[in-house]
Design a protein around this ligand. Sequence first.
Ligand code: PAF
Length: 278
Amino acid sequence: MLIARTLPDLRDACMRLRRHAGSLALVPTMGALHEGHRTLVRRAVASGAAAVASVFVNPLQFGPNEDLALYPRDEAGDLAALEAEGCALAWLPDVATMYPDDAETTVVVAGPAERWEGDARPGHFRGVATVCAKLFGQVRPDRAYFGEKDWQQLQVVKRMAADLLLPLEIVGVETVREADGLALSSRNRFLSAAERTVAPRLNAALRAAAARIAAGEAADAPLAEARADLGAAGFLVNYFALVDGPSLTPIAAAAPDARLIAAAKLGAVRLLDNIPVR
Ligand code: PAF
């Protein structure tokens, strides 16, 4: 596996890989790689393209009260995982490369970036959209892979790529879960043993509400009951909502592309999850 830490090295590596494989598939990450990330890399490799994974903890997507300093970092472990999955190139830029002092441009997406995480984490999607636009410009991939676990992020990146006519395909990959339903996340490691036993209830609540809504019930009662049950189990529910998947607009009943989305805090850990309503 090639490793690039500077833009000239990245350009050189991407040129060589494109010549050899014909196309490039990017997996943007912030490191602390788990099975969810490994699945994205496997999908990128299986596409036949040379897989490029970026590892960059992006300061622009963290708010002033968020855990940038505490965000888990494990470069050696990340490189070993990427290599084991057949990744062709690891891109490890530093902050000065991504955000030079004279940079004046950021990317703000409206529509799907509003509400939910957009309300809970002001500026977060500006950070995500900006870093993704830069990574796309640096690597120039044919495709980029994102987990559906961060459903709103996936829609924001798709909207940005479509609106800016970026010449790549954004591919969403199904959430990888523990056997008990908990969606994999780099932050799960911060759950205490007691919280870890309660955490899968978020996914269970989503599945229970989705079954009722898919069976034709209006969303109000299932959503209210799910919020109450999660509150009783010790979650601080931030939102638990039925939305149109691509636009993230709230809806009142099942519809094509309907998605249940939820964010809830368990102790100090904010958990996100979402599922389709079929
Ligand atoms: O999902 C993440 O890990 C990050 O938000 C991303 C897409 C790598 C941008 O920093």
